[in-house]
Design a protein around this ligand. Sequence first.
Ligand code: G3I
Length: 573
Amino acid sequence: MRVRYVLLAALLCAGAAFPQSLRDLADQRGIKIGAAVDPSHFTESLYATTLAREFNQAEPENAMKFGPIHPGLTTYNFDPADQIVDFAQSHSMAIRGHNLVWYNQLPGWLTSANYTPEQLSSILQDHINTVAGRYAGKLSAWDVVNEAFNGDGTLRSYLWYDSPGIGLKGTGYIEQAFRWAHAADPKALLFYNDYSAETINTKSDAIYRMAQDFKARGVPIDGIGLQMHFTTNTGPLASMEANIKRITDLGLEVQITELDVRLPVNSGVASAASLATQAQIYHDITALCLKFPLCTAIQSWGFTDKYSWIPGTYPGFGAALEFDTNYQPKPAYTSIQNALQTAPPLISAAGLVNGASYAGGAVAPGEIVLLYGATFGPSTLDFGAQTSQTRLLFDGVAAPILYSQVGQTAAIVPFAVAGKVSTQVEYEYLGQRSAAITVSVTPAQPGVFSLDSSGQGAGAIVDASGQIVSRNHPAHHGDVISVFITGGGATLPASQDGQVLFDGPFPLLAATPQVKIGGVDCPVPYAGGASGLIAGVAQINVQVASGVASGEQSLIVVQGTSGSQSGLTVWVQ
Ligand code: G3I
């Protein structure tokens, strides 16, 4: 009986460790999971509760488009868009704006008048200013320009480009729209968005060339939106992967913006087999996005089969989304969940830095390190090694974890790396482990703690009375001050991972540090552990030499060939 209770408890714990909503899972991945929304459904309780429970991002399906939001030359209808912004803000959801420049849903007053390019240019600038300006600071991203390319890679012929256009050649009008959008809302990420450009093909080549050109010339573009309106024949995943890779290699984000997978339906009902194929596609696309740190959002075009553009546009097709018409999760929903739970986290050696100086490139035994950019972790800050589900392994040895949140983990490099040339680092969250990265090991890599945690400016330095040394309380010549570092390396006697020191004698740094203040060598009477400090932080007592000049002076700790960061200072008088 007791065995069964233990088992039950273990299962309950395992269940508790896997939050079920897509939103909770996406928060642990540091990405957005979104849906296109129509505010006329917000009064429908299941629509509103499902949306807020499952998604951390909403995008107006139509409400921010030119025609709906700007129905007359001098009239705007902001109400539906405002409702979406209010809904999203009150449910702590991000908002993706869609869209500022498109060939479709343009109002009659605009298309039926024969405006000159000069007039059109000022109308478009005014529109972007007004709409992007109204929501400035509230949106995470804007689709600035939507669907500007034809399948053969040429530019689509329409009002804003060449009929008659705003007076700019080639992609010049797109560039201009990005510049206006950036001026109106400098905080929003700016995207070019298109369909049938997921794989490597003539259209995606043209978009890539434009993105490359914009990046090279500093046009304010942040990413490419891949719509992904699919049938069950999506095109090769490997080609999508290659396309996402080349875009993110430019330093641009990719967001999957309009995912849906339409199925043949009979009176609205899809076959079990096609629902299973659909689920596989939702899984594969989610897993594909999670292969790239710069793939930052996965969004479907709607979320319930009750409201979708598909049946109206493709008669005989439907059932394209994650929830059925009764808001019940479909196999597609479970498959997205599964991909979000099981994709391996990504880490990179460039993200591993000293916790005091932020210097990277190598690790030292006992060094407090920060790992930036891991793509799976607690969605809120998780302090302390006891409760953490995060593990950072160095050659298989678990480092004590100080805190962890998706994108940032603080840990202490195990002392067991001492004497090695390199170490294999793996990151794990909720049992999902990253690929190993190889990181050089150095005997010491001192980083001095700064007062404001920036790694620069005044050091976290105290005098003999325990008072912080500052401009108003400078150190005097002959004073012994205490500097705190991490990355000091192995100690004598050896330190234990994670041990907090209380009683002396305390271990000493094996590599004796030299300290220069204002370029002058200063005596170091003590360098080692101290009461209340965790193994890996060292206290260095330094006597301010008489030759040190007065004022704010640089302070550098040198161990062997490694020096601490420049820009760290101490006040002397
Ligand atoms: O709101 C009017 C309503 O007042 C009017 O009585 C009714 C009569 O037809 O039309 C309503 O507007 C419709 C609007 O959706 C809102 O329901 C438009 O006719 C209809 O054309 C419009 O369709 C939208 C379509 O874009 C426009 O081309 C779809 O909902 C929307 O899902 C779709 O979204 C696009 C993305 O923006 C870009 N990528 C492709 C995607 C699918 O086509």
